[in-house]
Every structure is written in structure tokens, then in C-alpha cells.
Design a protein around this ligand. Structure first.
Ligand code: ZN
Length: 143
């Protein structure tokens, strides 16, 4: 969704989904993915460990992560309470807002490509893959 900031869109809504009644439907749990503001992508706990070790990795200091000292504590608390999915959505909302504000400031400072896109892996990959451009050079119109 942060790719859209390249086109001047700096607001979005996070789809929360409809909660399923507990116990009625046996939902297969899949590997959780949490939004990472540092790379602007969804990463698994294993990828998080590789990138940040056991640090919580929440730049927005959102209310979900605020009292969690480590990423293991985050997953322990919310996974075991069976509220991991909404917890990840709330974290994503706060983290995305923080990144949109940082991106906005970089756009105003004319450093969006140089200081923002290049340092965010998933956004830089999207610029390369979708726009077929070097994320460090030029603008959206190839100039
Ligand atoms: Zn957070």
C-alpha cells in the first residue's frame, strides 16, 4: 500500500475482516506475518529475527507493542490469547501511519527516493518490479 504514495496517495484503510466464531469453525493457523515499517512489507517471525534479532521493531511505539520488550513476548502474548490477527492489524495501522508521515516529510524535502524508497526493501522492489525503474534515479515519469 505504501507504493501508492508514489502517486500522491497518503491515506488508506486496513481490512480487518469478519471475526469467526471461536470453536465453530476449525481454522488452520498459518505462519503469521507482521507489517515491518523498516522495509514496508509483511514479514514472518523468522524473517523478523533475521532482520532485528529479538528487538520489537515497532518504530511507531504503537499501543500493541508498547509494553512488549521483545518480538518473542509480542507473539507469546497475542498468539496464546488468540488475538494475534487483530493485534497485527492494529500494529500495522500505527506503523503504516508513522511511515506515511516519514514518507510525506521526505517528499516535501525532495528526498523521497534517496532517503526513503531506497531504505525500504519492499517499496524499492516494487519500484524496480512494477515501474521497471531504478529506485535511486529520476522520477515516476522517467525524467
Ligand atoms: Zn507496534
Amino acid at each position: 500500500m505504501h507504493f501508492l504514495q508514489l502517486f500522491g496517495i497518503d491515506m488508506f484503510g486496513v481490512k480487518s475482516g469478519i471475526p469467526l466464531p471461536f470453536g465453530i469453525i476449525n481454522v488452520k493457523k498459518k505462519t503469521p506475518q507482521r507489517f515491518d515499517g523498516g522495509s514496508l512489507g509483511l514479514i514472518t517471525p523468522k524473517e523478523h529475527k533475521n532482520m532485528y534479532g529479538n528487538a520489537i521493531g515497532c518504530t511507531s511505539k504503537c499501543p500493541i507493542c508498547k509494553d512488549k520488550a521483545t518480538i518473542e513476548k509480542f507473539y507469546d502474548v497475542y498468539y496464546n490469547a488468540d488475538i494475534l490477527s487483530p493485534s497485527i492489524k492494529i500494529h500495522e495501522s500505527f506503523e503504516s501511519l508513522a511511515q506515511f508521515l516519514i514518507g510525506r516529510q521526505n517528499i516535501l524535502d525532495n528526498t523521497f527516493r534517496k532517503n526513503y524508497i531506497v531504505k525500504r526493501k519492499f517499496l524499492a522492489d516494487a519500484v524496480r518490479g512494477i515501474l521497471n525503474q531504478d529506485p535511486t534515479q529520476g522520477n515516476l515519469f522517467g525524467q
